[in-house]
Design a binder for this molecule. Structure first.
Ligand SMILES: Nc1ncnc2c1ncn2[C@@H]1O[C@H](COP(=O)(O)OP(=O)(O)O)[C@@H](O)[C@H]1O
Ligand SMILES: [Mg+2]
Length: 309
């Protein structure tokens, strides 16, 4: 395992292209393609903190790329390539070394207005719904399940994709009302297969993926028909709950492999979860950087690509 570290943090980018800024990614519009730049920004409780984690963006981009490659024969996705050089003759702008390893060139799609969530374990809003109703997103579950228990089988639990505010869990029938039966079915089947594949692979490497969120976008396929393909990111620590198999213990909340040190520290500051968030001290930054890098290396078996490596 490599232990190389990098101290530089990328919080902002500024290319001369139309830009959309998400919480973590800067997205540049190239017409029929997009440049997705995963910065090192960290968001907690929907608030972006003032400082970042070195290499976090590289981990997100390269982990997504790993899953996109592994699953592309089963589920088509948006990836064209990860930027691994400053020589990009097919791009209209020059990219400096800070873009290497964290930027993905993708096909632009029309995003499907659903968050495609798959749960294999009872946690988070799923655990809350279950306690209140015995169901998650309208799916009845056996009585007597404990927090963090494995479900009898993985379930598809979509939510709305709110432009502002918080997403809301909905039933599959409500998803059909929003996007139509064909798209809803494709998104469900594709999400379930991606989760099954990812979960099996992660488990071999000592991780549980308790749940995860996918996004899909519509694009014309080779036959000229619109099809829902996988976009955004896939099976990363930002889109999924990763638990360490070695310390998994149902009946309570599980420490998240990557974000627990951040949550513990945030709780200790007494921050009220409204902006602005507090700056992370150096020891928390170092701990989180290590967690992201270890998670990436354990799951993919790859070394993180950085400029000059
Ligand atoms: N291939 C694609 N086509 C269109 N939109 C995309 C594609 N891939 C990602 N996106 C969008 O780009 C944005 C990525 O930025 P991100 O920081 O992840 O946003 P968020 O704050 O919503 O999580 C998201 O709005 C996502 O839906
Ligand atoms: Mg996102």
């Amino acid at each position: 395992m490599t232990t190389g570290t990098s101290d530089d943090v990328l919080l902002q980018t500024d290319l001369a292209l139309p830009k959309f800024q998400g919480k973590v990614r800067d997205v540049y519009d190239l017409g029929d393609r997009l440049l997705l730049v995963a910065t090192d920004r960290v968001s907690a409780f929907d608030v972006v903190l003032p400082n970042g984690i070195p290499d976090k963006g590289r981990v997100l981009t390269q982990m997504s790329a790993y899953w996109f490659e592994q699953t592309e024969s089963v589920v088509p996705n948006h990836m064209i390539r990860v930027i691994d050089s400053t020589e990009n003759p097919d791009l209209p702008v020059a990219l400096g070394p800070e873009f290497i390893g964290r930027t993905m060139l993708v096909r632009k799609t029309a995003p499907v207005k659903l968050e495609a969530i798959v749960r294999g374990y009872l946690s988070g809003s799923g655990w809350k719904d279950y306690q209140a109703s015995g169901k998650v997103c309208g799916i009845p579950l056996p009585a007597g399940l404990r927090e963090s228990d494995a479900l009898p089988q993985a379930i598809f639990t979509p939510s709305t994709k709110a432009d502002e505010g918080h997403d809301e869990n909905i039933s599959f029938d409500q998803a059909v009302e929003i996007v139509g039966a064909e798209v809803a079915n494709t998104v469900k089947v594709r999400s379930m297969s991606l989760y099954m594949y990812g979960m099996a692979r992660a488990q071999q490497r000592g991780f549980i993926i308790a749940d995860t969120k996918f996004e899909f976008g519509m694009i014309a396929n080779a036959d000229g028909e619109d099809e829902a393909i996988l976009i955004d990111e896939a099976l990363t620590p930002d889109s999924s709950r990763f638990w360490d198999v070695a310390i998994y213990e149902p009946g309570k909340a599980q420490p998240s492999f990557d974000k627990q040190p951040l949550r513990d520290w945030l709780e200790s500051t007494g921050w009220d979860k409204t902006p602005p968030g507090p700056a992370m001290p150096p020891e928390v930054v170092t701990l989180l950087q290590g967690r992201y890098q270890q998670g990436f290396e354990r799951i993919t078996g790859r070394a993180l690509v950085r400029p000059g490596s």
